[in-house]
Design a protein around this ligand. Structure first.
Ligand code: BG6
Length: 487
C-alpha cells in the first residue's frame, strides 16, 4: 500500500507501508547508572517517553535508576506508560554492597514485571567508572546470560583517550562481557539523515555507479557548533575536539560515505565494511599533519570556568584525508568541526566532477556549478541535490537548481531523536548502529599520531568559521569550504 505523506510545491513523498519495519522489543528492564545525572534527564528519559508514546516500549518493562545521591523515583516514572515500573536505588558505584542490593532489587522487579531477567545496564557514568561498574556487575553474576535472560551493557563515550587506554579498557571489559553484550553509543549514528546515507546509497540504483573517484571530486564533512564548551571543562579540556568529535562522530560519518556496500544490512556485515575504511585511511606517516591538518582554539577559551589558563586544548580541527583504495584513490575528504563558530550546522557534502566539455558556448565548464549532494544532518535534517538547469528566459540561461528534501516539510514532524532509535535497538539486540571494538581500535590507531603531533594552535574569534589557516587546506587543491546553507 502506498500512502502520500505530503505534497507541496515541487515535493511529493510517498511511502509504502509494507516497507516500514519496526518491532517491539521483548520484555526487559533497564538499569540506569547515573540516574540523577544530566544525560539521563536530557536524553535517556525523554527517549523512553517518546518510545512509550509510539507504543514501542516492551509490553512489560521497568526502569531502575542507580545513583549516589538521594533521588525521587517519581521523576523516572513521569511520562512512562502506566504498566511500566520505575524504582531507584541509592548507592556508591564502587561498593560491593550496592551490587548485592541491586541484584536483589532486580530479581524482585524482574519477577514483578515478568521480564524474564532480560536487562539493559546503561552506564551513564564518567568513563573512569566503566571498569569498576562492569567488574562489580560481573562479580555479582549480573552479566551472565545463563541465569535467566540476556544482559547488555551500554557505554557512552569516551572509550579511552588513546589507543593504549582503549585497548586496556577492552581487555578489562572482556573479562566480563562478550562483544555481543557491548553497546558503545555514538549518537550521530542514531540520527535519521545519517542512516539515510546508507538508504540513499544502497536502496537506489542511480548513485552507487557514480560513487567513486571517476565521478566524485571531493567530499566535505562538517559538524560546526555555535556553543562554547559551557560547563563541560572538566571533561573537554582533557579531551579536545579530536577526541570529542573526530575519533567517533566524524570518522563514523566518513565511513558511511566511503564504505563498500555490504551484502546485507546485518550488523556485523555493515560493521566489517566500516572497519575496512578506517584501515584504508592514509596514515599520517605518509601524509604530514602540518600540511593536512589545522588545529584551533577560540579566543577566550582559557578564561572559561574550569579551563587551565595555559590550556593548549584544540576546540577546532580541520583536516584533509584520503582513503587509499581503488574506489577513492585521489579523492580528498575534508573534515572540520569546532565550537564557538558562526552557525550550527552538520552536513556531508559530496561534490561531483565538472562536466568534461561545454555544449553551451560561450559558457565554459568552469562557469557551471558542479553537482552536489548534501546530507543535512543539522539543524534541519534533509537531503539536497543541486543540478544545473535552464532558467526561464533567454535561450542560454542556466542556474543551479536545488532539489531539496526537508524532513520537517515532508513528514510534518521532526525526525525521532537519535537516542530513541538507539535505545530501541539496544532493547532489540541490534548492534548495527553501535561501534564494534575493532572499529574503535582502528579509529584510535589512525588518530594517535595526530594527537601526538605538535601542530601550531591557531586562534579564532568566536562567531567566525574557525581559524583562517583552515582555509588553506582546500585552497591548496583549488577548492573551498562550503558555507553551510541557511535552512
Ligand atoms: C557530543 C560531544 O558527543 O556531541 C559534544 O561530546 C558535542 O561536545 C555533541 O557538542 C554534538 O552533538 P549534536 O547532536 O548536538 O551535534
Amino acid at each position: 500500500m502506498t500512502q502520500d505523506l505530503r505534497s507541496g510545491p515541487g515535493l511529493r513523498y510517498s511511502i509504502r507501508e509494507s516497507l516500514c519495519f519496526e518491532t517491539k522489543p521483548e520484555p526487559c528492564g533497564m538499569v540506569i547508572f547515573g540516574a540523577s545525572g544530566d544525560l539521563c534527564a536530557r536524553k535517556i528519559l525523554p527517549a523512553l517517553r517518546r518510545l512509550g508514546e509510539r507504543s514501542l516500549l516492551p509490553e512489560r518493562f521497568f526502569v531502575l535508576g542507580v545513583g549516589r545521591s538521594a533521588f525521587d523515583p517519581a521523576s523516572l516514572r513521569k511520562g512512562l506508560p502506566q504498566a511500566a515500573g520505575a524504582d531507584y536505588l541509592q548507592g556508591d558505584y564502587t561498593s560491593e554492597d550496592t551490587y548485592r542490593r541491586l541484584k536483589l532489587r532486580l530479581q524482585e522487579l524482574s519477577n514483578r514485571h515478568d521480564t524474564r531477567g532480560n536487562t539493559v545496564f546503561y552506564l551513564a557514568l564518567p568513563p573512569a567508572l566503566f571498569h569498576d561498574a562492569t567488574h562489580r556487575l560481573g562479580e555479582a553474576g549480573l552479566l551472565e546470560e545463563d541465569w535467566g535472560g540476556w544482559a547488555r551493557v551500554v557505554f557512552e563515550k569516551p572509550f579511552g583517550r588513546d589507543l593504549a587506554s582503549a585497548l586496556a579498557l577492552a581487555v578489562e571489559l572482556g573479562d566480563h562481557l562478550k562483544e555481543s553484550q557491548v553497546y558503545r553509543i555514538d549518537h550521530y549514528l542514531g540520527k535519521d539523515t545519517v542512516q539515510n546515507v546508507l538508504m540513499l546509497r544502497f536502496a537506489n540504483a542511480i548513485f552507487e555507479p557514480i560513487w567513486n573517484r571517476d565521478h566524485i571530486d571531493h567530499v566535505q564533512i562538517s559538524a560546526l557548533e555555535t556553543e562554547s564548551i559551557g560547563r563541560r571543562a572538566g571533561y573537554y579540556d582533557s579531551a579536545g575536539v579530536l577526541r570529542d568529535m573526530f575519533q567517533n562522530h566524524m570518522l563514523q560519518l566518513l565511513s558511511l560515505v566511503a564504505m563498500e556496500p555490504p551484502a546485507s544490512f546485518a550488523p556485523d556485515w555493515l560493521r566489517d565494511e566500516k572497519v575496512k575504511v578506517f584501515r584504508a585511511l592514509r596514515p599520517w606517516a605518509d601524509h604530514p599533519p602540518i600540511d593536512n591538518a589545522v588545529l584551533g582554539q577560540y579566543a577566550g577559551y582559557p578564561g572559561e570556568p574550569g579551563v587551565a589558563r595555559d590550556s593548549r586544548t584544540p576546540t577546532f580541527a580541520a583536516m584533509r584525508l584520503f582513503v587509499d583504495n581503488w574506489r577513492w584513490q585521489g579523492v580528498p575528504f575534508y573534515l572540520r568541526s569546532g565550537k564557538s563558530l558562526r552557525r550550527r550546522s552538520a552536513e556531508i557534502a559530496v561534490t561531483f566532477k565538472p562536466v568534461p566539455h561545454s555544449v553551451f558556448k560561450p559558457l565554459l565548464p568552469a562557469h557551471l556549478d558542479a553537482n552536489t549532494l548534501v546530507f543535512h544532518i543539522q539543524p534541519r535534517e534533509g537531503i539536497a541535490l543541486t543540478i544545473e538547469a535552464k532558467k526561464p528566459g533567454p535561450k542560454i540561461c542556466m542556474g543551479a537548481l536545488t532539489m531539496d528534501f526537508d524532513y520537517l516539510q515532508a513528514f510534518g514532524e521532526h525526525p525521532p531523536e537519535a537516542y530513541e532509535r538507539l535505545l530501541l535497538d539496544i532493547m532489540l539486540g541490534d548492534q548495527t548502529l553501535f561501534t564494534r571494538h575493532d572499529a574503535l581500535e582502528e579509529s584510535w590507531r589512525f588518530l594517535e599520531p595526530l594527537l601526538k603531533a605538535e601542530l601550531p594552535l591557531r586562534s579564532y574569534a568566536p562567531g567566525y568559521w574557525g581559524p583562517q589557516e583552515s582555509e588553506a587546506l582546500p585552497a591548496a587543491d583549488n577548492r573551498a569550504w562550503r558555507q553551510p546553507d541557511e535552512r
